[in-house]
Design a protein around this ligand. Structure first.
Ligand SMILES: *Cc1c(COP(=O)(O)O)cnc(C)c1O
Length: 463
């Protein structure tokens, strides 16, 4: 080792001395000695590495308290960092899907800090199970006889199959054997539930007679799956739920639909692409319908199964229900979300998902023009900014072909290089509150549909 390096190593302060530094002591008091010593040791190792490789002290060694502050901030950075979702996808699975309504947030907060009547009966009527109160609410809203709540819609489908058709054949159209993101594939779920999948029809056309011909004494369930994330167009035919329910009734077989998104309100009434509604399927005679809590419903992650009382009772009693049940936080959020549906006139204001989906293009255009003015000087010489019309997606398995007109602020690199664009996107992902946009057609697009606080974005991009 050179004497030069030896000298540099000797310049590194001892941990004990750092811990007594007046600028570091308050950190120790606030966070405890274990964490702070650990971070200081790490910094020291980093410094030693720099000396070894470059025969000099890293610049930050001039200010250990500040380096410690930065390391502490880094260590405490949450794994669930809040971001600006300007991706153009409203229900973005990787960004946590639906944002909860204020009453749901308050209900969750309350249930976190205080005991609640999760399975405790105040009126002595014998509540039975934790889903009871919310199942009643779901029955009011959908006309179902009963309901069951589990961790997500994938769990809802699994539980339904395992409880209703164990060891039996389940008949599904070939055109509906979907894969939803995150490895949810209907054939795999069937196998896990102990059911035998019987595919009928073809990819593009399936008729009632295909289901009828598949029925035998091993059949346990006739099932439909909403092809939420793709669409088959052209020469197509599918059997509607009412016909299938009729066929099931004739043969004494239950029918079920996995709806995926499922909306409790008529989306068309808000000028949005129509989505099937659980209440309509139940009215058409389907015995069980499953859907997600955090897609169009706009609530917490949950799987909801509504339908016939006797069938729901089998779900509630199945051992898998115990493994898939939800906690009080989910129930609190779901209850508060569902209550909003009892005041449909207020829904478009109170439910963030619906509020964002129904924002008029003009609102995003105004935002884009305002941001254009404020931000253009900062990017001058590097990026050309423009306010441009674009299309948002609903996301989370609503039809990808159904787009909503929106407006974006776009960034085109003046050197015309894709690498510059990638670098900008990368820089924004590293901001204290990361900004998530979309690169397309040689520019970075910030779709402003989900931006309700312009000032917050300006502040983050100007820092
Ligand atoms: C989204 C979806 C699922 C999975 O629902 P999760 O709540 O994400 O588990 C299952 N089936 C269909 C048709 C879907 O659209």
């Amino acid at each position: 080792m050179s004497t030069e390096s030896q000298y540099l190593y000797s310049q590194l302060p001892a941990i004990d001395r750092l811990l007594r530094d007046p600028a570091i002591e308050p950190r120790v008091e606030q966070h405890g000695q274990t964490l702070i010593s650990d971070l200081l040791r790490q910094l020291q190792l980093q410094a030693r590495e720099t000396i070894k490789q470059h025969q000099r002290l890293p610049d930050w060694c001039a200010d250990w308290p500040q380096a410690l502050g930065a390391a502490l901030a880094q260590r405490q950075r949450t794994a669930l960092a809040p971001v600006f979702n300007l991706s153009g996808t409203v229900l973005h699975t990787n960004l946590g899907r639906a944002l909860l309504a204020q009453p749901a947030i308050e209900a969750v907060t309350r249930s976190m800090g205080e005991p609640v009547t999760l399975e405790y009966d105040l009126d002595g009527a014998g509540r039975g199970h934790r889903d009871r109160a919310i199942a009643d609410l779901l029955c009011q809203l959908t006309g179902a006889e009963d309901a069951c709540i589990v961790n997500n819609n994938a769990a809802a489908v699994l539980l339904m199959l395992a409880a209703i058709a164990p060891g039996k054949q389940v008949v599904v159209s070939r055109g509906e054997l979907v894969e939803i993101g995150g490895a949810f594939r209907i054939p795999d779920v069937m196998r896990q539930a102990g059911c035998q999948l019987v595919e009928v029809g073809t990819t593009n056309r399936t008729h009632l007679k295909d289901y009828r011909n598949a029925i035998n004494d091993q059949t346990g369930l006739l099932m439909k799956v909403h092809t939420s994330n793709y669409s088959i167009q052209g020469f197509t035919a599918a059997v509607d739920e009412a016909e299938l329910a009729q066929l099931g009734a004739e043969h004494g077989l239950p029918t079920a639909t996995d709806l995926g998104s499922g909306s409790l309100i008529d989306m068309a009434q808000y000028g949005l692409p129509a989505e099937p509604m659980p209440q309509r399927l139940l009215a058409a005679g389907v015995d069980l319908v499953t859907f997600s809590g955090d897609k169009l419903l706009g609530g917490p992650q949950a799987g909801i199964i509504v339908g016939k009382k006797a069938l729901i009772a089998r779900l509630q009693q199945h051992p898998l229900k115990r493994a898939l049940r939800v906690g009080k936080l989910t129930l609190a959020a779901l209850e508060a979300t569902l209550r909003l549906y009892q005041q449909p006139e207020l829904l478009a204001q109170q439910l963030p998902t619906l509020r964002l989906l129904t924002r008029p293009q003009q609102a995003m255009q105004q935002a884009a023009e305002h941001l254009l003015q404020v931000l253009t000087p900062q990017f001058a010489g590097h990026f050309q900014l423009r306010a441009e019309p674009c299309w948002s997606q609903i996301g989370s398995g609503s039809l990808p072909v159904d787009r909503l007109p929106s407006y974006a602020l776009t960034f085109t690199p003046q050197d015309g290089r894709g690498a510059t664009l990638e670098a900008l996107a990368e820089r924004w992902r590293r901001l204290p509150q990361p900004v998530i946009g979309r690169i397309n057609d040689g520019r970075l697009w910030l779709d402003l549909r989900c931006l309700e606080q312009e000032e917050a974005l300006i502040e983050v991009l100007s820092a």
